[in-house]
Design a protein around this ligand. Structure first.
Ligand SMILES: [Zn+2]
Ligand SMILES: [Zn+2]
Length: 273
C-alpha cells in the first residue's frame, strides 16, 4: 500500500476541512507521509487560490500539524503552483506544477471550472473546434516545469476533465495525440514525476484517473516516473483511488512509484504483497 499522499487541499481554498482535520484523517488512514498542496495565489480574473494574506496562517497551521505528528507521520507543507501564478515567496517542502487556465488572446479561461463554461468557451472562443482548446492547453503544459520549477507534474491531461466519451473533442484523433505527445516530450527531459491523479473520480467528473492509459504507457516507454495522488478536497478522500491508480500503473508497465520520504524523492515497488 502507498503510504504517501501529497496532493491535498483544505478550507484555505476550496477544500472542506482544516489542515488539522486532514492530517488526523491521514494518520488514521495509516499514512507515513502526508502533505497539503494548497492552491497558489491567483490574483487574476477569475480569482482563485489561497489569499496572499492567509499564507502565513497556512504555513503556521501546517507547522502545528507537523509538531503534533512528529515521530509518527511526516507532515509536509506543499503548494500546487498554477502556471499563471506569481512565483511564491515561501520555500515550500515541494511544489506541484499545474495548468488550470489557458491564455487565449490575453484572456485566461478555466480548464477546471465546469462542463458548461468549457463547452461555451469551445463554442465562442474556439469556433467549436475543441481540439484547438486541447492544443492550447498542452502547449502551456509543455512549459509547466520551467515556469513553476515543480517537483511533480500535476494532472497532465486536465483538459479532458469534462470530455469523457469525447463529448467536446475526439481524444483518439491524431491532432489530439500529437498535442499531448509534444507536451510530454518537452517535459520528459526534466525527469520530474508525473501524477496519476484520482481527484476527478472522487468528485464525480470522471471514471478514470489522469492521465489516460495511453499517455501512461508512453510515459513508461520513455522511462518517466509516476506518483499516485488523490487531489483530495475532503478528509474522506485522502487515499481515494490509490488502489485503482496502482492497478492502472501496473497495467501500463510501471513497477515502482515515486514517494517523498525523509525529505528524499525515492521509488517504491508496487504490486507486491
Ligand atoms: Zn489542480
Ligand atoms: Zn489540486
Amino acid at each position: 500500500m502507498i503510504r504517501c499522499s501529497l496532493h491535498n487541499h483544505t478550507r484555505f481554498v476550496d477544500g472542506a476541512n482544516t489542515p488539522k482535520e486532514m492530517a488526523d484523517a491521514a494518520y488514521e488512514a495509516g499514512l507515513s507521509v502526508f502533505g497539503i498542496s494548497e492552491h497558489s495565489v491567483f490574483p487574476y480574473e477569475p480569482e482563485s487560490g489561497v489569499k496572499e494574506e492567509e499564507i502565513p496562517r497556512y504555513i503556521e497551521e501546517m507547522e502545528a500539524c507537523r509538531k503534533t505528528y512528529h515521530g509518527r507521520m511526516e507532515v509536509l507543507c506543499g503548494l500546487e503552483q498554477d502556471f499563471y501564478s506569481p512565483v511564491p515567496d515561501h520555500a515550500y517542502d515541494y511544489v506541484i506544477g499545474s495548468v488550470h487556465y489557458v491564455d487565449h488572446e490575453g484572456i485566461l479561461y478555466s480548464v477546471d471550472s465546469d462542463a458548461r463554461s468549457v463547452q461555451e468557451q469551445i463554442r465562442n472562443v474556439y469556433h467549436c473546434d475543441g481540439l484547438v482548446y486541447a492544443e492550447e492547453y498542452f502547449a502551456t503544459v509543455a512549459q509547466v516545469a520551467d515556469r513553476t520549477d515543480c517537483d511533480i507534474i500535476g494532472h497532465f491531461d486536465l483538459c479532458t476533465k469534462f470530455n469523457e466519451n469525447n463529448r467536446l473533442y475526439d481524444m483518439t484523433c491524431r491532432r489530439y495525440r500529437q498535442a499531448a505527445m509534444q507536451a510530454l516530450e518537452s517535459l520528459l527531459p526534466k525527469e520530474i514525476p508525473f501524477e496519476i491523479n484520482s481527484g476527478a473520480i472522487a468528485r464525480g467528473y470522471r471514471s478514470q484517473p489522469y492521465p489516460a492509459a495511453w499517455i501512461l504507457k508512453e510515459l513508461h516507454a520513455h522511462g518517466a516516473r509516476i506518483i499516485i495522488t488523490s487531489d483530495a478536497h475532503q478528509k474522506e478522500n485522502i487515499c481515494f483511488g490509490f488502489e485503482l491508480a496502482e492497478e492502472l500503473a501496473l497495467s501500463c508497465g510501471f513497477r515502482t512509484v515515486t514517494v517523498l520520504e525523509n525529505g528524499i524523492w525515492q521509488e517504491r515497488p508496487i504490486g507486491e504483497e
